[in-house]
Design a protein around this ligand. Structure first.
Ligand SMILES: [Zn+2]
Ligand SMILES: [Zn+2]
Length: 639
């Protein structure tokens, strides 16, 4: 005790030993930067660190500890794990869902590395929708991998490459690759044979210094998107725990308010979406966020994490409109050339020659030059106009021209008239002296116009009674129009009616054609022998029984009667033949001294056509009567 009081300074400090971890404590790369590693990439590297194949680590150590998230096994561990579907959906391990959460916590637990969730999109889980967020196949930047042997940088898979919206490596400004140059195949984000930097199908090195591309397209915009998404990833670890959509919603609300309401808010996003973000608290998709950020010239990260007021809105770092497609030197040369021209072309002309839709790109970069060109153009154009010092056009000439026009039957183009008398515009015609003449011309024009319109209407109405009914195009052509628009725009109902009428006539014609065919076949059937039954005729025509009966009642009736009579005739003939057979049998029996009772007669007829006892008995009775054979009783008494 006393020793302890005396020597308390001797108590050795506890060694700083990290907690024992089950798997190697591999530090993730690039957390808090644009180039942060992806969780799937981390798993591959972890497998390599244990010198096992990725599939072995996943199937032996990781998957057996992850409870199912879907189906009958949800929430429980599965004993046997199907392999086929796991890698297909492995991209979701980098995502925002429950699955990513499970894998992150498992890996944190096994490796004792704190916070692996910045390797996924989990920090943005409540803020960005998972729809169309991540791609299902692997992409990569060969330059980021570098050379297989001499690479001094650590080789790993970037989380940034996982996003569907990202198509460019912002560091190297190269399009991301998705097809292996050796085997020409795509790969899943994670595969059983995944190795960082290698093709998981043919196992060849995917890195290398990129050759100069054959066609260097403009990647400014794509790079900008990649940078903005990268900024989100970099901010991931520093986000407060309860980060949500509140700021975003407020920002959208203020954009809408600034624009003057939903109807005036044009951000390239459909109006209901915007409304649902605010009212129904929907989670926006990344593509919509990028669109909004583009249209509002605000970076993605500011949109989600800062309050943006009207005052601080313009984002100096992210001027979206300024994507300089044409090099500044080229633009400047074009502007200089324009400035030296006798009459400089308009800025719009220069812009469209350079491939821009508006002049903004020019004015933003060379404001002074643009102003100078515009000023010079204005003065030069003014000077080049014919001087108004020429003698004014005499009154008489104008008056004469107007009177002449009035006497002509056709339409008068006042503009052409003023040009023909040497005026530069119609202003002189509005002087008091010409008022009546001008109004008369206008009235004449109106009358002609009305006449034309009436003509159209009459032609259309007349067309209804024509046989065959003409098309609207035909009517338009008769009236001298190239298209149907002058007719359809003035008389939408009439033209629609004419079209309907034409269709009707066509249908009626078709109906008539069909019924003619039916009539022919029915008439033919009437001449046939043996006469066919009505059912047989209907079957041959493949038509509807009632329809035929209603359309051709006479023919139908005749057919039916003929058939019934024929059947009756056939039956009668059969009865007669039978009676003959019976008669012969009775004669024979009688000759033999046997009394012809019904049963014996029936047995004697070789192939009796009737077996019904009634019919046979009747025939036998008739035969006995003819032969005057007495009844059986009398016969027996005689015997
Ligand atoms: Zn790169
Ligand atoms: Zn390959």
């Amino acid at each position: 005790m006393r020793d302890a009081e005396t020597y308390d300074g001797w108590e050795p400090p506890r060694p700083d030993i990290a907690r024992r971890s089950y798997l190697y404590r591999l530090a993730p790369i690039g957390v808090g930067t644009v180039a942060v590693e992806s969780l799937t990439g981390y798993i591959s590297r972890l497998a390599a660190a244990h010198a096992v194949e990725t599939g072995i680590l996943i199937n032996r150590e990781l998957r057996p500890r992850i409870p199912c998230t879907k189906g009958a096994w949800a929430g429980r561990l599965r004993e046997s794990l199907p392999d086929y579907s796991f890698y297909v959906g492995a991209h979701t391990l980098n995502g925002v869902g429950a699955r990513a959460q499970l894998w992150v916590s498992l890996l944190e637990q096994l490796t004792c590395v704190e916070r692996l969730n910045p390797l996924t999109v989990l920090p943005w889980a409540g803020t960005i929708s998972c729809v169309h967020l991540l791609r299902t196949s692997r992409v990569w930047c060969p330059s980021c991998y570098g050379d297989e042997t001499s690479s001094s940088q650590p080789v790993y898979e970037r989380l940034l490459w996982a996003f569907q919206a990202v198509t460019v490596c912002p560091l190297h400004r190269l399009l991301l690759e998705s097809v292996c140059p050796f085997c020409g195949r795509r790969q899943y984000v994670l595969a059983s044979r995944s190795r960082t930097g290698y093709c998981s199908r043919c196992d060849r090195w995917l890195g290398g210094t990129a050759e100069a591309p054959f066609f260097r397209s403009d990647l400014t915009e794509q790079t900008r998107v990649a940078e903005m998404v990268g900024a989100l990833l970099a901010a991931g670890p520093t986000l407060p725990a309860h980060f949500g959509l509140a700021l975003f919603r407020e920002n959208v609300r203020s954009f809408v308010r600034d624009a003057g309401g939903y109807r005036r808010f044009h951000a390239g996003i459909r109006q209901p979406y915007v409304r649902d973000w605010i009212r129904r608290t929907d989670i926006p998709r990344l593509s919509s966020l990028l669109q909004l950020s583009h249209s509002q010239s605000v970076s993605l990260i500011r949109l989600l994490t800062e309050r943006i007021d009207g005052g601080n809105k313009p984002d100096q770092e992210c001027v979206w409109n300024a994507h300089y497609r044409v090099a500044a030197s080229v633009v400047e040369a074009a502007l200089q050339a324009a400035r030296q021209a006798a009459i400089p072309p308009s800025l719009q002309e220069i812009a469209s020659q350079l491939g821009y839709r508006t002049v903004t790109s020019l004015q933003d970069r060379f404001p002074a030059l643009c102003r100078e060109i515009a000023d010079r153009r204005r003065t030069e154009v003014k000077n080049s106009r014919p001087s108004p010092s020429r003698a004014p056009v005499p009154r008489g000439r104008i008056e004469k021209a107007l009177i002449e026009e009035l006497s002509k039957p056709g339409f008068t183009d006042l503009r052409a008239l003023t040009a023909s008398v040497g005026l530069s515009n119609k202003m002189r015609l509005y002087e008091d002296g010409f008022r009546d003449l001008r109004l008369a011309v206008v009235a004449k024009n109106a009358a002609i116009r009305k006449q034309r319109v009436d003509g159209i209407e009459n032609s259309l109405r007349a067309a209804f009674d024509e046989q065959p009914v003409p098309t609207v195009t035909e009517v338009a052509r008769r009236l001298g129009f190239a298209g149907v628009a002058p007719l359809t725009s003035r008389f939408p109902e009439l033209t629609a009616g004419l079209r309907a009428r034409r269709l009707q006539a066509k249908a009626a014609r078709r109906g008539r054609r069909v019924s003619e065919h039916v009539r022919e076949r029915l008439t033919e059937a009437l001449g046939e022998f043996p006469p066919p039954s009505c059912a047989e005729v209907v079957r041959r025509l493949a038509a509807h029984r009632t329809q035929i009966r209603e359309d051709f009642p006479d023919l139908w009736c005749a057919l039916h009667t003929r058939y019934v009579e024929h059947r009756r005739e056939v039956h009668r003939a059969k009865r007669e033949a039978f009676a003959g057979d019976v008669h012969r049998a009775v004669v024979e029996l009688h000759r033999q001294g046997v009394y012809p009772i019904v049963r014996l007669v029936l047995a004697t007829v070789p192939q009796p056509q009737f077996r019904s006892l009634n019919i046979v008995a009747e025939a036998v009775r008739l035969a006995r009567h003819k032969l005057s054979i007495k009844s059986y009783e009398a016969y027996r008494d005689d015997a």
